[in-house]
Write a protein that binds this ligand. Sequence first.
Ligand SMILES: Nc1ncnc2c1ncn2[C@@H]1O[C@H](COP(=O)(O)OP(=O)(O)OP(=O)(O)O)[C@@H](O)[C@H]1O
Ligand SMILES: [Mg+2]
Length: 306
Amino acid sequence: MLVFAASDKGGSGRSVTSCNMAYRRALQGDTVAYLDFDFGSPTAGAILDVPVAEHGVDGSGLHSYFTRHTEARQLDTALHSESGAMRDLPSVSSVGRLVLLPGDRGGGEFAIGRDMPARCAQLFLRLDREFDCCVVDLSAGRSYALDLVLEATARPELAKLTTRWLVFHRWTKQHIVSAHGLVFGEKGILHAAERYGHDPRTLNESVRYVRTAVVDLGVDQESVTRAPQGAWLRAYDSKLREQADRLRMGRARLAGQIPYDPMLQWSGQVIDDSDVRGLRIANEATVQSFEELAARLSDERFWEGL
Ligand SMILES: Nc1ncnc2c1ncn2[C@@H]1O[C@H](COP(=O)(O)OP(=O)(O)OP(=O)(O)O)[C@@H](O)[C@H]1O
Ligand SMILES: [Mg+2]
């Protein structure tokens, strides 16, 4: 399965959420590859706590794979991460694995050369055979990376692969509008996809949305929120929900809603069960939402045509 993680805006929570989703998927028993296609700023290694790839790797990352035809480096997080969560993964799940394919250190955006879509398709085919789930973290907005994967996935050799799209956005008016524009806008994913030979309706059926860093309006919040503030938050939340419904980004298309978590705000990392139950520095609801999002990826009923 290929999972494309997209967002219109930077700082939307796309990478932090995707890394946590990938980790949860591995805990659930999948072999997972995490491809850092954020070519302008390849920092997935920092989230996964892989020091050798904190800001990409030297000359053997995905930039080099595309621009210099080298092999793409694969870093198993059980061996290369300093995070206890990922080091312990093999003992918690005997089959699950999380492998990072980093970008290049200092590598920036590059224009798509003629051979790149075929090379990209080759990479996806190979990884799809090797891994249960491949998460592709794309640069924000309409980027070269986005065009590259749209062109690659339109190729006939990829027609049989299961492909999902997750569009991440913060729970604000501005982010909802911009995420909608990324998918449906004149220069959005669906129009671009059509130009590369995709059927836009079929592609749209594989798009779901993830709301990130959403303030929890539940019982706990009541005790720390002043009454007028709580009332305003609830009223505004329902306005945002109406807006999302109008833009075809409502509940039926919602793959996940990740609560705001102070630990993530500051650390932007993978949360481990011991952060919740042992150290108690992260919230249970956050981990639960990552687990649910991860499980949703293979919930066929959820991905059936709407
Ligand atoms: N659930 C959350 N609760 C609180 N803060 C969060 C949450 N998710 C992400 N963040 C914060 O938002 C910041 C941006 O998240 P992230 O790096 O995942 O965004 P991005 O969309 O990948 O951005 P970019 O396009 O720049 O790569 C993180 O550094 C983290 O501080
Ligand atoms: Mg990112």
